[in-house]
Every structure is written in structure tokens, then in C-alpha cells.
Design a protein around this ligand. Sequence first.
Ligand code: HAM
Length: 423
Amino acid sequence: MIQKPKGTYDVYGGKSDQILVLRKIISALMDKYNYKYFQTPIFESSELFHRGVGETTDIVSKETYDFKDRGDRNLTLRPEGTAGLVRCLIENKLYVDAKPLKAWYFGSMFRYERPQSGRNREFTQFGVEAFGSNDPMIDAEVISIVVNFFKLLGLKGIKVNINTLGDTESRKAYRQALLDYFKPCLDELCDDCKSRYEKNPLRILDCKVDSKNEILKNAPKIEDYLNDESINHFSKVKEYLDVMGISYVCDSNLVRGLDYYTHTVFEVTSEIESFGSQNVLGAGGRYDNLVETVGGPKVPGVGFAIGIDRLLLALEAEEIDIIEGEPLEIYAFAMSEEEKAYTLSLVNTLRLNGFNVDMDFSNRNIKNNFKHADKLGAKFVIIIGEDEAHNNLVTVKNNETKEEFKVKLENMVEFLDEKLSEE
Ligand code: HAM
């Protein structure tokens, strides 16, 4: 039997209902913040991710799905959404008149990771990117979207961790301090950290293997290397979060796994005990040099992405049910083959008039049709026999009270409208 590839999953049943409801909530939320929906290709030229996400990141160096197409082009399934949005911004010159340009997206991302609960090889992200503003107020807006979204869903065990990596100058000074600090003790670090030392020493700070190592704990802290502009930007972000009543924890070891960040970085975690190790529900930050790195003008940006798979696990852990569902209003069946066309035509009319209707496609007998209507949760059942079909009539039964009505076909819509509004 052919099975799905490792680290992927099928969406059906309750999970598909949840995803559709989440999309609806997200779309309404994005209207409130005036972010517009964007869709970029699921695969892009490999170079975009090498330049954009960064050669030294695990995502690009170990986890991309790379392939050549039949025209010998090097392509990569997107491991994240930011680089594609940046490419779209540059290619369509969208930076020209929108300041800021506020975009949101929702879709599959691909990373060749070791699958476990909350970590898949194909997974879904909801993300936002705001381009064109240096104002720390927009960093705070972006963080507030994540917090308010989780609040709206009813999640309680949420923690916001923030840090700053400073501007280019501060980051450079900090990088040098880390190089000087780690040089004499390189042998005591893991192999990954040794290669990070060469390429991006900041990444040593979020190494999972060495995280308990005293050397890491005593490493220089970014706050000692920030210039005035960087200090000011970060304190403004914190002030703006404070005025919105958003709680956060400052964590100077938070550096994030992508190379493009400057200034603000943040992660939002679920603190529910049963949640497991993959507890970062969403993360993001500012990236003032990324558009230029990818080949565009100097346009600052800030954004985040939330892992929808992990969000569903968090909802489950907090026993939150988000499905409101649109109940089935009417179930219809024909007593025999002769009345099928008449039944189908009136079902079509009902659907065009806005009712949620299903019908019998399995030639069930009366008893089984009623059983099936119960299973589907239909409020009314329409029964079409010879009399109804020949005399333009419709028999409607209230599936709860068992009251039965025979109405003229021309009055059917009005009648059901009235009955359903009484429900
Ligand atoms: P990221 O931290 O790589 O950031 O991913 C964001 C979120 O996607 C994670 O917090 C997690 O919830 C989810 N996620 C990541 N990998 C997996 C996986 N293998 N399986 C399930 N969920 C996963 C970014 O992707 C940046 N583009 C965020 C950003 C946007 N920064 C600025 N703008």
C-alpha cells in the first residue's frame, strides 16, 4: 500500500473543520488590523532561500527540499514565508506606494526535520509581514496580533519572550565579542557550534546541545553592545507593549534560527505542562536588511509566523473547541427512482436560496433515510413521493417534533425560512 511521506499528514474530519474555522477567524482578524492577503509560490528559486534565510541556518543548510525541474532550474520548496514575500515585494515594486505594506499569508511550508509531535516536514503557517516602517510601534503591533489572536481563541497558558539583536553596528560589535569569548573554549563546544563559530556565532547561544553549558551561560550579553539607537528602539517596543497591557519576558539568549533578524525578535510559547518540547507556537522579528540582501532597495520589515499544527495541539491541550459549525438544515429524499429529478430540482432551488441541504444518494429505504438524517443532524426532512411529484407539493417533517406539513412547491422557500427562523 502506498503511504503518505514521513512527516506529512492528511487533513479530514474534525481537523479540517478546525482549520477552516481558524482561517475564517484569521481573515476577520486581519481586516481589523488592515493586513491584506498574499499568496506566493510554494516553490521558489533555491537562491532566494540561500540569500534570504541564510546559508548558516539549519533550515537552509540541512532542511530544504531542493530539486531541479525539467528545465534544469534549481528550485526549493519554501521552508518559510518571509523570503517569498520579500521577493514578491521587490519583483512587483510594492514598496513604492504602500508605507507600510501590511501582508498576511497562510499555507504549507516544508522542512526536512526529524518528525515528532508538533514538528512535521510539511506544516502550515499563518504569518504576517509589514514592510516600509522603522517605527518600533509596528513591532509592537505585530507582537500584539499574535497575543490578541491567541486571546481571541481563549488560550491562557501563553508566554511572550522578547529580545533585541540591535542594528547592524551593534550586532557586529556583539559578534566580535562572542568570537573573542568563545575562541579559547571552542574545543568544549559541540561540532555544530564549532561551525557556527565561523559562520554565525550568535547561533551558538540557542544551541540545544550546549544549552546547559556554563560557557554559554556566561557568554557576553547583547545588552552590553547595543548602541543608543538600538537601545531606544527596544525600549520603545517595550513601552508600546506595556500600554497595550501585553506581558512579556526579556530573554537575552533568544537569537532565533534565521539569520535575517535585526532589532526586535520574539517567540510565543505554550506553557501548558503536557505540551511537549515543540512549544513555540509562533515567532518573528524585525529584518531591516533582508530586502536589500535579496536584491531590493533598503526597506525595513517586521513579521511573524505561527505554526497552525502546534496551535491545534495547544487548543487541544487547553480543551478549547473552536468549531461553531454550520449545521445541516434540511435532508431530502425521494421515495423511488421516478421522484429523483423532482427532488434534485427542489434541493437545487433550496441551496440557491441559501439553505444548507443534503440528500440521499444511496437509495435508502424510509427508515434508513430518517436514521441518516439524524446522523447528519438535519433539522428538517423533505420526503418526496408520487403525490408530491405529480402535484407540485413538498412534504416537510420537523425532525425533532416530528410534526409534518404538506406545502405547495411555490411556497416551500418561504415556509422553510419561517420554520427555521423559529428554531
Ligand atoms: P520560524 O521560527 O522558523 O520562523 O517558524 C515559525 C513557527 O512555525 C514556529 O514557531 C512553529 O510554530 C512553526 N514551525 C516551524 N517549523 C515547524 C515544523 N517543522 N513543524 C511544525 N511547525 C513548525 C519563520 O518561519 C519566520 N519566517 C517567521 C517570521 C516572519 N519572521 C519574520 N516574519
